[in-house]
Design a protein around this ligand. Sequence first.
Ligand code: GDP
Length: 195
Amino acid sequence: MIIKSANLETVCGITSVLPENDKPEIAFAGKSNVGKSSLINALMNRKSLARTSSQPGKTQTINFYNINDELYFVDLPGYGYAKVSVAVKEKWGKMIEKYLKKSTQLKVVFLLVDIRHEPSANDKSMYDWILYNGFQPIIIATKLDKINRSQRDKHIKMIKEGLSVVPGTRIYPFSSLSKQGRDEIWECIEEICDF
Ligand code: GDP
């Protein structure tokens, strides 16, 4: 995909009405600090359009990025941030659920996990919850540059088993440093959107 334009078009807070877009939507979920903003920026060829922050959990909004007027990236709030109160977490859960249930344009949810670690209980809950809401997550294993090449298959197996993924689930290793995996993820998005 050649990126001609990429703009943050809509930012939804807890009380916002979700936009009714008429282009395909691709959502990204993952715990805070997993590398979600870095991935979104890499896919959009932008350095810092999506926020990369050293303060995990700050972005508590659903952000819609308009790409080329052809599709939207939907950046879901990062989870697993301890400092957010239970009440706020619940509200966010409801909002994400509303989005998953109501969007008529959502084509796929990418769930990001760190390739180095076994998926956390939160990762597993998120996976199951997305599945429960009718979408089969595709996994992106981030920070690929942090492990040795020889460890890659072992870690991918660990993530698949940790999440108990649906058989046949795709998993894309990715590094925002080397951009390894970027083209494969775009190919996947194009295939899903029927471009
Ligand atoms: P987010 O909270 O999920 O949006 O995560 P960010 O994209 O802000 O990344 C969190 C931290 O991990 C930042 O310090 C990034 O520089 C770092 N990071 C993200 N992706 C990668 C990666 O692929 N490789 C390495 N080595 N660091 C990464």
